[in-house]
Every structure is written in C-alpha cells, then in structure tokens.
Design a protein around this ligand. Structure first.
Ligand SMILES: *[C@@H]1O[C@H](CO)[C@@H](O)[C@H](O)[C@H]1NC(C)=O
Ligand SMILES: *[C@@H]1O[C@H](CO)[C@@H](O)[C@H](O)[C@H]1NC(C)=O
Ligand SMILES: *[C@@H]1O[C@H](CO)[C@@H](O)[C@H](O)[C@H]1NC(C)=O
Ligand SMILES: *[C@@H]1O[C@H](CO)[C@@H](O)[C@H](O)[C@H]1NC(C)=O
Ligand SMILES: *[C@@H]1O[C@H](CO)[C@@H](O)[C@H](O)[C@H]1NC(C)=O
Ligand SMILES: *[C@@H]1O[C@H](CO)[C@@H](O)[C@H](O)[C@H]1NC(C)=O
Length: 388
C-alpha cells in the first residue's frame, strides 16, 4: 500500500510543503514534511516487492538487520505521531516476518547479526507496537507485548550469564527495554532489572561523572578499559530509559535527576560551529566524514528518544525543544536533494543538502521532524502498577 508518489503522499497530509520550507510552528507543514520523508524512507525498502522470507523486513545492503528493525520503529512513530496509516500493513508484515520460532525476535536467518545490541532495536520496535496499540494481526501468535517480554527475558538471561563483550549500547538497550516493560506491565521484576543495569553501567564507567554515555568496555579485562568514544544513540537510549522510570515511579527524584543530567550531557551532540548552533551532529565522525552506515542513522535515535522523553518527563520539554526545534529546521533544509528536492543529506549544519544520501540520513530527518508532533500524541500505553 505504498502511496504512489511524493505528491500522492502529500495529498494525505494536505498540501505539499517542501522539507526545506518546513514551518515548525505549523502542524500541517510538519505533517506534510513528515509524510514526504516517510515516503522517502520507504523508498529504500524493496523487501516486499520480491516478498520472500529472505527479503521481508530487511533493507538492502549495506544496511544491517538491526537498522532495519530500527527503521520499522521510526515508521511506527510516524504512524503514531501523524495518524497516517498508509504503511500499517507493510509495517505489520515486516514485524511478523521476524518473530522467529520462539517468538522472541531471534531469527535463525539473521543469527550472525544478532548481538544483543543488534537485537535491541528489534525489541524496541516490537514493544513500541504494543505501546502504540498496533492492532494484533492474528490470534495464533503471542501479543506484541508478550513478544517484547519474551525477547527481553531471553536477553536478560543471556546477558547476565555470559557477559563476555559488553558495550554501553547492549546494556543501555536492556536498561531501556526493562524500564519500558516495567511501565507497560507494572511487573516489579523489570524495574529491578533496570536498576541493576543502571548501577552496573555506572560502576564500570559506561556513564561517566558528567553523565556522558561512553561506548564500551570489555569485561574480559574486568571492564578496566572503557572505550572513551561516544555516540548519540547510546546517550539517547539511557536518557529515555531513565525518563520512563521517572514516569513509572510517579516522579522518583533519583530517576528525575539522572534524566536531567543525561539530558544536559546531550549538549555535546549539538553545535557544531559558531555559524550553526543547536544543530544535532554525530560528534565522533560527522565533521571528519567518517561515519559508517550504522552511525549515519544514530541521530534518528537520539531524536526519537529526546522527543519521547518530553512525554515521560514533561519538565524537560523546553530544554529539548531548544535544540530539536533548530535541528528539525536544519534537517528540513538538508532534505532538499534529488529530482524532487526531497532527498536527505547527512550533515544538517551545512544549511542545505550535502549529497550524502542513505536510509540512515532519511530516518534521522524523519525522526527529528515528526517528533515536533509528540505533544499532540497519546503517550505509550501502560498497565497500572502492581498488575502482572
Ligand atoms: C519525484 O516525484 C515523481 C512524481 O511524483 C516520482 O514519480 C519520482 O519517483 C520522484 N523521484 C524521486 C527521486 O523522489
Ligand atoms: C507491500 O506490503 C504491503 C502490506 O502488506 C502490501 O499492501 C503491498 O501490496 C506490498 N507491495 C508489494 C509490491 O508487494
Ligand atoms: C508521566 O507521563 C504522563 C504522560 O505523558 C504525564 O501526563 C505525567 O505527568 C508523567 N508523570 C510524571 C511524574 O511526570
Ligand atoms: C519549538 O517549536 C514549537 C512548535 O513546534 C513551539 O511551540 C515552541 O515554543 C518552540 N520552542 C522553542 C524553545 O523554540
Ligand atoms: C559553517 O562552517 C562549517 C565549517 O567551516 C561549514 O562546513 C558549514 O558549511 C558552515 N555552515 C553554514 C550554515 O554556513
Ligand atoms: C514478572 O516478570 C518476570 C520476568 O519476565 C516473570 O518471571 C514473572 O513471572 C512476572 N511476574 C508476574 C506476576 O507476571
């Protein structure tokens, strides 16, 4: 059910607005641009044209399996924030194709790609399907929420029994997933897991004293050597996990403080020059042209999780808007390439299209722009505390 053209997509959203002309103060402008960028994102997907188990849900190389999972999460957000259900069937089909024999999103075909950090984004996406009330397609398989729980539980067992190589993303992923499961189910076990992973992450130095999330450590060295490189998505993953726990605990001061400090530390991902301030960039690689395919998508997740944080902890809103408003406008201007002037580039701070295109670039712009609508959207669904 792909809409047939950029203009077709725009019809659903009202009149067409070029991304470079995005008006962040006008909801219909935001919706139109988001619709164009979602269409552009799905243009990279050919998996259901051939419609075989090998291609379903996955985007063509060099995109890895994890980023495909992440992209379906971007599309779920798109549907939720804009109310445009054009992609509902293709999203559902993709999610169902990867459940795996045990309904835990371990897919034998992609086993080589299933590090815990790879699986994190599929787990986020299936849980998002639950939180966003994506209709359950079929009674013969477990619910989205049950599959999110199964995948989280499997991951907890594997992660705590044989933590060989650990990085902050796999731990942060389990931290955030546990936090969201705690809120979605009300089961205390998940809250306990989240607290444990937080403590461990701090003790090994993944989170430094200024709340910068560093990339990783290798537990074979007793986690003595933390890799000091840092990426935007890790910061975003811990940030949103902390915010969810703040919300779930009805405003616990410790989680509130951690959320605020993690948010403050996102500042290192904005800049980057005097001529372009408040513009998100991937500080480890972007200004030197060294981002790989994975890294090119990281801004999507920092954007997603910063916007989502404003729902879980409303007091963060103005601080988040202060940098994401400018970033969204800059991202719109970066999406002015291609024949239709709608293709996204990588660097938002150049004030235009930089010619460096790809799925990650398209998703990043989509997430930072559609998130402008978060205040209007229903918050993730939850169960009352203490049930389940
Ligand atoms: C540009 O728009 C036309 C007509 O809507 C569409 O058929 C074509 O695929 C688009 N091209 C690109 C590069 O987006
Ligand atoms: C892609 O998937 C959607 C949803 O299942 C379907 O409606 C559409 O026809 C599919 N497109 C192709 C080319 O198979
Ligand atoms: C939790 O999130 C809901 C939904 O956004 C919000 O209304 C509520 O104020 C939040 N709770 C706290 C303690 O901030
Ligand atoms: C950000 O943009 C929104 C509209 O999308 C506006 O309501 C808000 O005041 C802006 N905030 C800042 C800090 O610029
Ligand atoms: C700002 O300066 C940087 C570095 O010199 C440059 O790459 C970029 O294009 C400039 N941005 C704008 C908006 O002029
Ligand atoms: C809470 O979650 C844990 C871990 O998945 C599970 O073992 C336990 O049975 C759950 N408790 C209830 C009351 O559902």
């Amino acid at each position: 059910m792909f809409v047939k053209s950029v203009h077709g997509a725009a019809v659903l959203a009202g009149s067409f607005v070029a991304p470079r002309d995005l008006n962040i103060n006008d909801v219909s402008s935001i919706r139109s641009v988001a619709s164009t960028l979602a269409y552009g994102t799905m243009s990279y997907y050919t998996g259901n044209v051939t419609n075989t188990p090998e291609t379903l849900a996955v985007f063509p190389a060099p995109v890895y399996w994890w980023e495909s999972g992440a992209c379906w999460g971007s599309m779920l957000d798109y549907q939720h924030y804009t109310g445009d259900t054009s992609y509902k069937d293709v999203i559902t089909q993709a999610l169902l194709s990867q459940v795996g024999p045990n309904f835990d999103y371990m897919v034998p075909r992609h086993q080589g790609d299933e590090g815990n950090d790879d699986q994190a984004f599929w787990s986020f996406t299936v849980l998002e399907a639950a939180e966003r009330n994506l209709p359950q397609p079929d009674d013969s398989i477990p619910s989205w929420l049950t599959m999110g729980r199964t995948s989280g539980t499997r991951w907890w067992l594997v992660g705590t029994q044989q933590p060989v190589v650990a990085n902050s993303v796999s731990n942060g992923g389990l931290f955030q997933l546990s936090a969201r499961l705690a809120r979605a189910t009300g089961n205390q076990t998940y809250q306990d897991w989240a607290a444990k992973i937080w403590d461990w992450s701090e003790s090994v130095g993944f989170i430094d004293k200024d709340f910068n999330v560093l990339d990783g450590a290798d537990s074979r060295d007793d986690c003595q050597k933390v890799n000091p490189v840092s990426f935007s998505y890790s910061q975003g993953i811990y940030l949103y996990g902390a915010a969810v726990l703040y919300n779930h605990t009805l405003g616990d001061a410790t989680w509130g403080d951690r959320t605020n400090k993690l948010l403050k530390a996102t500042a290192s991902y904005f800049g980057p020059f005097d001529n372009a301030t408040g513009v998100m960039f991937e500080h480890a690689c972007e200004t030197v042209g060294r981002c790989n395919t994975d890294m090119l998508s990281f801004k999507a997740y920092l954007s997603r999780f910063m916007w989502a944080t404003t729902q879980m902890m409303p007091s963060t809103l103005s601080q988040v808007q202060a940098v994401l408003n400018t970033s969204a406008a800059a991202a719109g201007r970066a999406c002015s390439g291609g024949a239709n002037g709608t293709l996204c580039g990588e660097r938002w701070y150049v004030d235009g299209f930089d010619g460096n295109t790809g799925l990650g670039q398209q998703m990043s712009a989509l997430e930072v722009i559609q998130g402008l609508l978060v205040q209007e959207a229903t918050p993730p669904s939850r169960r009352a505390r203490s049930s389940m």
